[in-house]
Design a binder for this molecule. Structure first.
Ligand code: BES
Ligand code: MN
Ligand code: ZN
Length: 502
């Protein structure tokens, strides 16, 4: 996807020449006095009349377009509601920009201008507002048309944020820089997840990682099956056995910290390019959505690229254990015992609980880097969807400070997490009669037992586990979230890295 160009400019709403001028309104408030007066002087009161008629009052999601017939240089005005001022949040701005950009596209304008709103959410800086406006616009205009021959694709290619004062431009531009990085990363993740699994194989993921490494100038190491065997990654290899697609173990390393030997942040992403369930085969209904079972991996890859592009002053490692989970003559059977990289043995009672298996080897490998923070992100359990629905990511962790930082990043990104208990009591559900543990925990607390399973492979690293099975796929289109793969989690990770760098 081509990413929109975004820039900030100083100027006045009534003298700016643009195909479309977007104005953001709080519910029931009209325009800020100066802007309203300036525009109405040119428009002869049209705007005031419209607002007084109550045809548009600025409710969240409300959009009205009208033509200016040459009375001011802007050819049309697009009014977009922000909702009630006391409820104004960064996410309301993101959503308003998503609605705005879709309307801009409908009017077939390739470029548009948006006036910086005069109100900001409580505690938000101009950097935050610039970042958020940029994210909403880029993510709201996302489309995936690679495989559609009928795609009459119309792209909105440029957005200008118009600020009344010159001294606002510096902060706005920094916000835009961040917003472009996070939104572009999210679009990249959506693309990777949208590609079908006959294209997006572990081998193709490895190629994508190569491209990222080259472009972003980071180190890349790819372990092939032979090396995984030598190291003893029995869990990952067990999952991969049923597929003709060879597994890949991908490691990217970025050194941005002043001290080269600063302990790194290590990200591990579940990268199952398709999850049939294996011999414990899934039902047919919705199985196609399992092409996005590599969302976690795509997100840690995208976060790596963004961190390098933003030149964040930290050391970062992204790890993608990649495999396809298929049934077949060589596939792993229920009851098989695998020996993980950590040395612990696992009885595989259900081959559909494959995510925790590949992650056990991914996490054990990660501990070699002595992480300052170890974060895994995974479309791990259906139980997460049951517990949290669509609007919260499941969070588990061993370190209070780290959990707080993730919570804060999620809030800022509009990708919120909700903490679940990581209590040792639940481990009795994971006991096996033949091995150190089994890979399923029975009926109750499926999201929790999965997380507890992972906790056995992280050593003493400060660790966070994010279950994104709830949020990775959207059943409906929203303001800046498309139907299908959402890429949710990407901006949370990058925001966490940005905050950590400040
Ligand atoms: N990839 C699935 C989890 C999933 C389900 C993600 C729905 C997104 C939407 C995972 O590998 C899986 O199959 N988990 C099983 C575990 C069970 C066998 C213990 C599940 O949740 O059913
Ligand atoms: Mn599965
Ligand atoms: Zn899975």
């Amino acid at each position: 996807m081509n990413i929109m160009r975004v820039e900030a400019k100083q100027g006045r709403v009534d003298t700016t020449d643009t195909d479309a001028l977007v104005l953001l309104f709080c519910d029931g408030e009209g325009l800020p006095k100066e802007d309203g007066a300036l525009l109405d002087r040119g428009l002869g009161g049209t705007l005031r009349d419209l607002l007084q008629s109550k045809e548009f009052d600025g409710k969240a999601g409300e959009v009205v377009v009208f033509h200016t017939h040459g009375k001011i240089p802007a050819k049309r005005l697009i009014l977009v509601g922000l909702g009630k001022r006391h409820e104004l949040s960064l996410d309301q701005i993101r959503q308003a920009m998503g609605h705005a950009v879709k309307r801009v596209r409908q009017t077939r304008c390739g470029a548009f201008t948006v006036a910086l709103p005069s109100v900001a959410p409580h505690g938000a800086s101009s950097i935050d507002v610039g970042q958020t406006m940029t994210e909403g616009a880029i993510l709201g205009s996302y489309q995936f048309t690679t495989y559609r021959s009928d795609a009459a694709s119309m792209d909105v290619t440029a957005m200008t944020i118009l600020a009344p004062r010159k001294d606002q431009l510096h902060q706005l531009s920094e916000g835009i820089r961040r917003g472009v990085a996070t939104a572009e990363a999210t679009a990249f993740v959506r693309d990777l997840c949208n590609h079908p699994s006959n294209v997006m194989t572990p081998t193709r993921i490895a190629q994508e990682a190569k491209t990222v490494a080259k472009e972003a100038g980071v180190n890349l190491k790819i372990l092939e099956q032979k090396e995984m065997e030598k190291l003893g990654m029995g869990a990952l290899l067990g999952v991969a056995k049923g597929s003709h697609e060879p597994p890949k173990f991908i490691i990217l390393q970025y050194h941005g910290a002043k001290k080269k030997d600063d302990r790194p942040v290590v990200l591990v992403g579940k990268t199952i390019t398709f999850d049939t369930g294996g011999i414990s085969l899934k039902p047919a209904e919705n199985m196609e959505q399992m092409k996005a079972d590599m969302t976690g991996g795509a997100e840690v890859l995208a976060a790596m690229r963004a961190a390098a592009r933003l030149k964040l002053p930290l050391n970062l490692i992204s790890i993608l254990p990649a495999a396809e989970n298929m049934p077949g003559g060589r596939a792993m059977r229920p009851g098989d015992v695998v020996k993980t990289l950590s040395g612990k043995t696992v009885e595989v009672q259900n081959t559909d609980a494959e995510g925790r298996l590949i992650l056990s080897d991914g996490l054990a490998y990660a501990t070699r880097f002595k992480p300052a923070a170890l974060i895994d992100i995974a479309t791990l359990t259906g139980a997460c969807v049951v517990a949290l629905g669509q609007f919260a990511i499941g969070m588990f962790g061993t370190d209070a400070t780290l959990k707080e930082a993730i919570r804060e990043a999620g809030l800022r990104a509009g990708e919120r997490v909700w903490e679940m208990p990581l209590w040792e009591e639940y481990f009795e559900q994971l006991r096996s009669d033949v091995a150190d543990m089994r890979n399923i925990g029975g009926r109750g607390g499926g999201m929790i037992t999965a997380a507890l399973f992972l906790s056995k492979f992280v050593g003493d690293a400060p660790w966070i586990h994010l279950d994104i099975a709830s949020t990775d796929w959207s059943e409906r289109e929203r303001a800046y979230i498309p139907k299908g793969p959402t890429g949710i989690g990407t901006r949370l990770l990058i925001q966490f890295l940005i905050n950590r760098s400040l």
